[in-house]
Design a protein around this ligand. Structure first.
Ligand code: IPE
Ligand code: IPE
Ligand code: MG
Length: 246
């Protein structure tokens, strides 16, 4: 597991994980506490996304996956869903310069089926625009569910078996990994969740087997560079054993 100990006067000694995943939670609560509509929280959340992406790229994180919309989030009121996808479409256009300047390569992590054509169009355009960037990979988990990812993978594995391309006895961990949405993304070393919640909510079920978990009490719109650094410091204090005796 490659890690870099980065020393910075402003940030203190940070151990920068190779791969980070974030469950961006608490937009609604933040808005409510400020006496605003839920959507204002999602709007402010975009600033936190920009800060997190820029700072992770600057510190040398190789892969960042942000949980933006879960399969279960389709059960929210249609108005909130529409407003959320409106913000996402704006993000995919307005943040192009930020992605290019930071040499970030964007990936979509999730199902395409239920996404509207104009969302897919902007998503595909941003993915294509950044495809040759050699810096940090940024996975946007949209219409994503960990169980659904495994179901989709199992279907493709079963099809390979039926076509005679794969022996059931030959199915191993590498086979399952190869059938995830983005097998090339390294498993998260650190999983951050904001708003104080301590659950996985169907995020990256396979990939987080050995992720270190950091719960940040602040709501996502208040998550900034200082909170990210604190998460990295917390990560640096962990002993990762992977089942072995240290
Ligand atoms: C996270 O904030 C953003 C999404 C899930 C899209 P929430 O909308 O879940 O905010 P809370 O949890 O209701 O405060
Ligand atoms: C998880 O947050 C999904 C995203 C951050 C996109 P939720 O707010 O939907 O999760 P629960 O419902 O509290 O578990
Ligand atoms: Mg929530």
């Amino acid at each position: 597991m490659k890690e870099r100990a980065v020393s910075r006067s402003a940030a203190g000694d940070l151990v920068v994980p190779r791969s980070v995943a974030v469950i961006m939670d608490g937009n609604g609560r933040w808005a409510k506490s400020a006496g605003l509509e839920r959507i204002r929280g999602h709007e402010r959340g975009i600033d936190a996304v920009r800060t997190t992406v820029t700072e992770c790229a600057r510190l040398g994180v190789e892969a960042l996956v942000l949980y933006a919309f879960s399969e279960e989030n389709w059960q929210r009121p249609q108005r909130e869903i529409d407003l959320l996808f409106g913000l996402l479409k704006r993000f995919l256009v307005e943040e192009r310069d930020t992605l290019m300047q930071n040499r970030v390569r964007l990936l979509h992590v999730g199902r395409r089926q239920r996404l509207a054509p104009d969302v897919l169009e902007r998503l595909d355009a941003a993915v294509a625009l950044t495809a040759n960037n050699a810096g940090m990979r940024l996975g946007l988990a949209i219409a994503y569910g960990g169980r659904q990812e495994l179901v989709d993978g199992v279907q493709r594995i079963a099809a390979a078996v039926r076509a005679g391309r794969l022996e059931p006895a030959a199915i191993d961990e590498a086979t399952v990994r190869a059938h995830l949405y983005h097998p090339e993304l390294p498993d998260p070393d650190l999983l951050i969740r904001t708003a104080g919640e301590q659950r996985i909510s169907n995020f990256l079920l396979w990939q987080t087997s050995y992720a270190e978990f950091h719960a940040c009490a602040k709501c996502w719109p208040e998550f900034g560079a200082a909170e990210l650094h604190e998460a990295f410091r917390d990560y640096g204090r962990r002993t990762r054993k992977f089942g072995k005796v240290p």
